[in-house]
Design a protein around this ligand. Structure first.
Ligand code: PLP
Length: 393
């Protein structure tokens, strides 16, 4: 019998266990809601990106079910062959209006939107100037493009300026930031970076995955929040987080979008969304445009929960959004705390290296519009008890 050529993976996993970085997948048994059941346990769910509760909104469910009845369950092909349906085009037109841009293209996920776009527009002769905490999908897009990658310290506009200043004037440059940073919940310096992009002739790109449905008028994102319309060449948004469904999109000029039709590899080589997904996204846009109470409730809950964590004495970092990290340091402590909370009915996933720095392991909490005050008060009381037991506060 031959030796297992994948045995080294077992060794790697063992090492993850030793470092407290091995996590079992929690299995959702109920609906993806603010209070639900994972692994036979009823919990307050603080680990979902379902900010507005739209994953189970009756209007989205009805739209998806209708679309399945009418059009079936799959699109049958990639967009560029025969997988473009009228509803795909309608969603893109609606999103373009929503984002106040000329044009939008939808990808299968936010990851595909970021990685596919960066890799499509840059070549090995170009440079990316990127915040150190930008999302993995941006980093992978940069790597795929083979462009030189210059990373600036988190939100350090002066450092970004220094990098840009040293680059040859004729070289193509992409300056890129997350709108909301996914593990810290703080906001990118969109306005200041727009000014830098203008000064140095760089392409300006913002990944608004966690801002879509949360910041800006009707949840249209940080470009709206910071009043930077017309200054950001490429905006990425997701349909998988506050919108409650699945997908990502790129918003920009008609030229950019037509170029992506021809060069973005996830668009060219991966099947388009099934009708249920697209119909549910359209219904979600209706809700964003006509039911502002969900975003108001989200922010109300966010303020309440953040104030509670701060009063308890937790280190919640620099968050300015419904994502609030509870930073504890070592991965093993974060895992222990997450398990202890779960045992008491609160689900806050622990996050360690490589998603965050080795000494900045944390529990990442996200409040939703659909949490009740009782849910949040219970979660705070439990955080207090467990935090004291483990000596975190
Ligand atoms: C900042 C950021 N960008 C992009 C993505 C990818 O989005 P999606 O889950 O739709 O692939 C995520 C999700 O984890 C994210 O946090």
């Amino acid at each position: 019998m031959r030796n297992d050529p994948l045995a080294f993976l077992g060794t790697e996993l063992e090492s993850l266990k030793q470092q407290g970085l091995y996590r079992k997948l929690r299995v959702l048994e109920g609906r993806p809601e603010a209070h639900t059941t994972f692994d036979h346990k009823s919990v307050v769910n603080l680990s979902s990106n379902n900010y507005l509760g739209l994953t189970t909104h009756p209007k989205l469910i009805e739209a998806a079910a209708e679309a399945v009845k009418k059009f079936g369950v799959g699109s049958g092909a990639v967009r560029t062959i025969s997988g473009t349906m009228e509803m795909h085009m309608e969603l893109e037109r609606r999103l373009a209006k929503f984002k106040h841009v000329e044009s939008v293209v939808v990808f299968q996920s936010g990851f595909a939107a970021n990685a596919g776009t960066v890799a499509a527009i840059l070549t090995k002769d170009d440079v990316v100037v990127s915040d150190e905490l930008n999302h993995a999908s941006i980093i992978d897009g940069c790597r795929l493009s083979k462009a030189a990658i210059k990373v600036f310290p988190h939100k350090d506009v002066e450092a970004a300026r220094k990098i840009l200043k040293e680059l040859p004037a004729g070289q193509r440059k992409l300056l890129i930031t997350d709108g909301v940073f996914s593990m810290d919940g703080d906001l990118g310096r969109v306005q200041q970076l727009c000014a830098l992009a203008e000064e140095f002739g760089a392409i300006m790109m913002v990944d608004d995955a966690h801002a879509s449905g949360v910041f800006g008028r009707n949840g249209s994102g940080t470009v709206d929040h910071f009043k930077c319309h017309g200054r950001v060449d490429i905006q990425v948004g997701t349909l998988s987080k506050a919108v409650g469904v699945l997908g990502g999109y790129v918003a920009g000029s008609r030229t950019l979008i037509e170029f992506l039709y021809h060069r973005a590899r996830p668009f060219l080589f991966s099947t388009s969304h099934p009708p249920a997904v697209t119909a549910a996204c359209l219904a979600a846009l209706d809700i964003l445009e006509t039911e502002p109470q969900w975003i108001e409730k989200l922010w109300d809950n966010t303020r309440f929960f953040k104030a509670g964590l701060d009063t308890l004495g937790f280190n919640t970092g620099m968050s300015e959004s419904p994502i609030t990290p509870v930073i504890v340091g070592q991965a093993a402590t974060a895992a222990k705390m997450s398990d202890a909370l779960f045992a008491r009915g609160v689900f806050a996933q622990s996050i360690g290296f490589p998603t965050v720095a080795r000494d900045k392991a944390r529990l990442r909490t996200i409040v939703a519009a659909t949490h009740t005050r009782e849910d949040l008060q219970y979660a705070l009381d439990t955080f207090g008890t467990v935090g004291r037991e483990l000596g975190v506060i």
